[in-house]
Design a protein around this ligand. Structure first.
Ligand SMILES: [Fe+2]
Length: 273
């Protein structure tokens, strides 16, 4: 016969187990609560940081917009300054042309021929513009030559020719005070130099002459020989090109002369009116 275990004997064991479970649960809940609080704190921090980032982004966007506005204003101011510079250059060119009406348009045409040569040589647009300005101003030093010498129909005396030869230096002295982004004063000084050292005023040779001046030298010769002068009728473009061919590599830079001959003979380039 089996004897059942009295119920009062098992009760304390269950209560102890339950109490232990409760303690564990309560401890786990407390830990969870701490973790939750920590997470909530971290989330709040993140939200705060995100809000700060939104504000910082807005500030950056504003600053960028301001910078963009300022850059656009600078571009406009720069264009205005550039326009003013070019207008001043044109005024100086007109004054130079008025001084020597017998060669009217010479500066403009030399500029166009020089720009065409420089484009063919691969100069970028800014450098081409520098060449144009140099063409406009290369003879500005003619101001120092008495008008009667410039207009003289006959052969020049030695003294008269020595006065003519002063115009590159005079042009340089006037232009060196202007802060151009291109070597305009140097081109004025060197445009009568020749590759073999036979030019003036310094008798420079080869690459001691800046390339812009070597281009001007070719364009100047082509224009001058083609056009009428007080002392002779225009010789025509064929004779002018024959002179460039004759002096290719001796008087004139070989590559520049080559490009010039190709422009006129093969590419249909003409001296502008
Ligand atoms: Fe000249």
């Amino acid at each position: 016969m089996s004897r059942a275990k009295p119920s009062h004997l098992s009760k304390p064991v269950d209560e102890i187990a339950l109490m232990s479970e409760n303690t564990q649960l309560s401890s786990a809940l407390k830990s969870l609560a701490i973790v939750n609080k920590e997470l909530a704190f971290q989330n709040a921090e993140k939200e705060k940081r995100a809000a700060e980032l939104v504000i910082a982004n807005k500030e950056l966007a504003f600053q960028n917009a301001e910078k963009g506005k300022r850059a656009a204003e600078l571009v406009i101011a720069n264009e205005r300054l550039h326009g003013a510079l070019m207008n001043t250059v044109r005024v100086a060119m007109i004054l130079s042309e008025l001084r020597d009406p017998y060669t009217a348009g010479h500066e403009r045409r030399v500029a166009e021929i020089s720009v065409a040569i420089s484009a063919e040589l691969g100069f970028d647009t800014s450098r081409q513009e520098g060449i144009r300005v140099a063409g406009y101003l290369h003879d500005v030093g003619k101001m120092v030559i008495p008008a009667e010498i410039l207009a003289k129909p006959g052969k020049l005396t030695e003294i008269e020719y020595s006065l003519i030869k002063q115009h590159p230096q005079a042009g340089h002295d006037v232009l060196k005070g202007v802060e151009f982004p291109w070597p305009i004063a140097e081109v004025a000084l060197q445009h009568h130099e020749r590759m073999d050292g036979t030019g003036y005023p310094q008798g420079l040779r080869g690459e001691d002459i800046i390339v812009e001046a070597r281009i001007l030298a070719v364009a100047d010769t082509v224009e001058s020989m083609s056009s009428h002068r007080p002392y002779r009728a225009g010789l025509g473009i064929d004779k002018a090109l024959a002179e460039i061919e004759r002096g290719r590599g001796t008087s004139y830079d070989a590559a520049v002369a080559e490009v010039c001959l190709k422009l006129f003979r093969e590419k249909g380039f003409n001296i502008p009116e």
